[in-house]
Ligand binder design. Structure first.
Ligand code: ZN
Length: 469
């Protein structure tokens, strides 16, 4: 039986693995390069050598580099101090097609590190299901079909996508362990960075390393690494023998790898208790964040979700919606603020070129709302939206490596500046004014604002909301 300490230790969330380590792991092993860089600060992505465009076809820049700039990195295309692409430079360097792709990439204010993400997945989160589909689509990998059951088991587990990703890659033997790096002629010490005694392989890192042994012993997993030829054999047998504890076992694998990377990159290592606690807490947090939201929001018969309601006395409410104009390659964000009498206070419409993904657009809407109320010092207490996925992402502390994830995180950070602010999900029918604003407003300007006097096309929907009583 597994038993865990419930001690709450500070959690360390390493969001994925070092970008370059991942790159080593993926370079030569997986055909058709399904992993794409997500641009953070851009400093570790080489413009002409790495896949970083959000295009599902390949991800690489197609324009030829001018002499001398071949090795430039993506950060050089970003205006320093502004989260915006250097449009003049883009025009000098790239074809219109490449430029269109680049402009689809949202930039964030906090210079984050660059990460890899999985292009085949709609949400950009690297999941084994999509990884598997893509692998199977490639006849090169037919030998994996014999182990289909193992992958099926793995998808069935309710675990964070990045943990599944790790197990999947460990099972394919494509983690950047030192033996793998040496195969690729990367000069590294062959010793395991954790125990410094044996050579490191995937099986060693997760199973036979002294430290890993202590973990498995501590949680009561019977462990005989010598019986397994590789990590996949070991995890298959172990999951079979511990049916009730499969999820925590893979979480422990993830935490063991986290400890290994901490040792390599930060020269820090965890205790056995800490590794077990991290695994357990992360699983709990993830489960809390992924509880079906529908029960909370949708099954509620509360009439206020269906019809717009004025905010509580003395406060303001902001409604947001986004509209996608696919043919024009842009999104429009509609923001409207009303007071406790339901009277119009202000509205803002922002046109964002290059963005045609509804999730991204809605999230940009939230970010826009937060910076707007900050800059105008508006006492908004509630921000309402009808995009359930966006609302749920804002509520959870879950980790998501996609562009959507990075923006959500930024919104959560911004929101901390308003201690009384609440996000609420409402039905589309309660969000008609913002919806109409995003859909109808026509302007040549990127940003249009109205204060106290609403634009005439909003009058009827504003009145309709007031007749809800
Ligand atoms: Zn070791």
């Amino acid at each position: 039986m597994l038993s865990f300490s419930n001690a709450v230790l500070s959690l360390v969330f390493l969001n994925g693995i070092d970008a370059h380590a991942q790159k080593h792991a993926c370079d030569s092993t997986i055909p058709n390069q399904p992993l794409i860089f997500r641009v953070g600060n851009g400093s570790s992505i080489r413009i002409w050598h790495d896949p970083w465009l959000p295009s599902p076809s390949q991800g690489f820049i197609t324009s030829e580099p001018s002499p001398g700039v071949e090795d430039a990195t993506v950060d050089q295309l970003i205006l320093p101090g502004e989260n915006s692409w250097d449009h003049d430079l883009l025009a000098d360097l790239f074809s219109e097609e490449d430029r269109g792709q680049i402009m689809k990439i949202p930039l964030t204010a906090h210079g984050r590190e660059d990460r890899m993400y999985w292009i085949h997945d709609k949400k950009g989160v690297y999941s084994v299901r999509s990884g598997y589909k893509s692998l199977m689509a490639d006849s090169f990998i037919h030998s994996y079909s014999t182990t289909e059951n193992f992958w099926k088991e793995l998808w069935r587990l309710k675990i964070p996508a990045k943990v599944r990703n790790l197990i999947w890659r460990a099972s394919l033997n494509v983690l950047p362990t030192v033996d793998q790096l040496r195969v690729r002629k990367v000069e590294v010490d062959s010793h395991c960075p954790v125990c410094s005694i044996h050579d490191e392989s995937v099986l060693h890192a997760f199973v036979s390393c002294e430290f890993a042994q202590k973990i498995w012993e501590a949680v009561g997993v019977v462990n005989s690494p010598t019986m397994a030829a590789n990590f996949k054999d070991w995890i298959t047998a172990t999951l079979k023998n511990h049916q009730q504890d499969q999820e925590i076992i893979v979480m422990l694998c993830w935490a063991i790898w986290l400890n290994r990377n901490e040792t390599v990159w930060n020269a820090k290592s965890f205790t056995v208790l800490k590794v077990v606690t991290i695994a357990n807490n992360f699983l709990q947090l993830w489960r809390d964040a992924n509880r079906p939201p529908s029960k909370l929001a949708i099954s509620s018969s509360s009439p206020e979700l269906v019809k717009w309601k004025p905010p509580t006395r003395g406060s303001l409410k902001l409604n947001i919606d986004a509209s996608i104009f696919e043919d024009r390659g842009m999104a429009r964000l509609g923001l409207v603020i009303r007071n406790d009498l339901g009277s119009f206070v202000a509205a803002r419409v922002v046109t964002v070129r290059g963005i045609v993904d509804p999730l991204l657009a809605e999230t940009l809407g939230v970010r826009e709302a937060l910076s707007w109320i900050k800059s105008k010092s508006l006492e908004v207490q509630t921000i309402e939206m009808d995009a359930l996925l966006v609302y749920n992402a804002l509520q959870s502390e879950g980790i998501d490596n996609s562009y959507f994830g990075i923006l959500t995180e930024e919104c959560r950070l911004l929101a901390r500046e308003f201690p009384h602010l609440k996000f609420r999900w409402v039905r589309r029918s309660a969000n008609q004014v913002a919806h109409t604003l995003a859909k109808t407003a026509e302007s040549l300007h990127a940003i249009v604002e109205w204060f106290y006097f609403p634009p005439s096309f909003l009058s009827s929907v504003l009145i309709a909301d007031l007749m809800n009583e």
